[in-house]
Design a protein around this ligand. Structure first.
Ligand SMILES: Cc1ncc(COP(=O)(O)O)c(C=O)c1O
Length: 337
């Protein structure tokens, strides 16, 4: 898909609205090429659509042109065509170059749950950068140890188990670490995960993220998770309603272990082919779905009986996003990782 900017073009039959710079969007109509940036000298068979967006300023148009040429074509960036450009932020708002405020209902997928430009967080960050920024990992600094201790002590108090903290720089990387921990602890490389679950875009995280869209271009994923229906009561996959359903969906998961012919359990060896079940206590990217608590208490007990670890992905819902430090605290279970 290519973007071209023209000062003169209009689409036939379309009444022009006031605008600063008209934007022409060319859509590559050839099957299989959607989403791939194409050179400006595109074949004339491509459809041209005139986007009359009065908010598209010269600066924004220039940025979009540069983005088209030089930025990797992450599909997330192009959920909107053309992508929206912001220049500033404050609290719960993002601002475009006209100063128009946009209320961010998602807060950067929960990465900014404490608000943009939070003065306390910004001051702490500045203090640390001025004092001693991140160090090579063979050295220690006080803040790393102190934060690890506070998180581990909180978990011990809340869940009654001792543990350690491994830091990493992003969600997908944390998921990669957890996959290694599961493999190290269980010797298994296959996982259960939820349909609608999102765990990131690295290769390992893509294998346990349900959307095929994220894997489609990259060949075979030998570690692709076995995906299980998320307990999404509002749109129950079985067409049932609570409480009459008696959490039927968890019962279906449990049935997988009733016979070796259901493909996940060797009853003679008492062993599952799967090392862990990856959960989101509130499904984020999959639609902000709040599950029934009983589902997870039962799931935990099913997993415990079959020696399957629970990995709690709090990348989006942790750190008070749901009111508690960890979202899993609402569910009354203790995850393993
Ligand atoms: C639940 C969950 N896990 C993992 C990730 C991946 O995090 P990152 O984008 O920092 O790699 C995300 C990102 O939105 C997420 O929502």
């Amino acid at each position: 898909m290519a973007l071209r900017f023209s000062l003169t073009g209009t689409r036939e039959g379309v009444k022009e609205r006031p605008r600063r710079v008209p934007v022409w969007r060319e859509i590559n109509a050839r099957e299989g090429h959607a989403g791939i940036p194409q050179p400006l000298s595109s074949p004339t068979s491509w459809r041209q659509i005139h986007l009359l967006d009065p908010r598209t300023t010269t600066k924004t148009a220039e940025l979009l042109e540069l983005e088209r040429k030089y930025c990797s074509f992450g599909d997330t960036v192009h959920y909107l065509e053309p992508p929206k450009v912001f220049v500033n932020c404050e609290g719960s708002y993002l601002y475009d170059e006209d100063g128009t405020p946009y209320l961010d209902l998602q807060m950067w997928y929960s990465a900014a749950s404490f608000g943009y430009k939070n003065p306390r967080l910004n001051a702490a960050l500045k203090r640390q950068i001025d004092l001693l920024p991140q160090l090579a990992c063979q050295y220690l600094h006080a803040e790393k140890v102190e934060v690890a201790a506070r998180i581990a002590q909180y978990c011990e108090k809340r869940f009654g188990v001792k543990g350690r903290v491994q830091f990493n720089v992003g969600g997908s990387q944390a998921i990669e670490d957890s996959l290694k921990i599961v493999r190290n602890a269980t010797g298994k490389n296959l996982m259960f995960a939820f349909m609608g679950g999102y765990h990131g875009r690295t290769l390992g995280a893509s294998a346990i993220t349900s959307s095929f869209r994220y894997r489609r271009r990259y060949g075979h994923f030998g570690d692709r998770a076995q995906f299980i229906f998320y307990p999404y009561c509002f749109r129950c996959i079985y067409g049932l309603t609570r409480p009459a359903c008696d959490i039927y969906c968890e019962g279906q998961f449990e049935k997988l272990f009733e016979s070796e012919y259901h493909s996940v359990w060797d009853a003679k060896a008492g062993a599952s082919e799967y090392g862990a079940f990856y959960i989101e206590p509130v499904q984020g990217t999959g639609g902000y779905v709040i599950p029934p608590r009983e589902y997870f208490t039962r799931l935990k007990s099913t997993c415990d009986r079959h020696k399957i670890l629970i990995v709690d992905d709090e990348i989006q819902m942790g750190f008070y996003r749901t009111g508690k430090f960890w979202a899993v605290e609402h569910l009354g279970i203790t995850p393993d990782i």
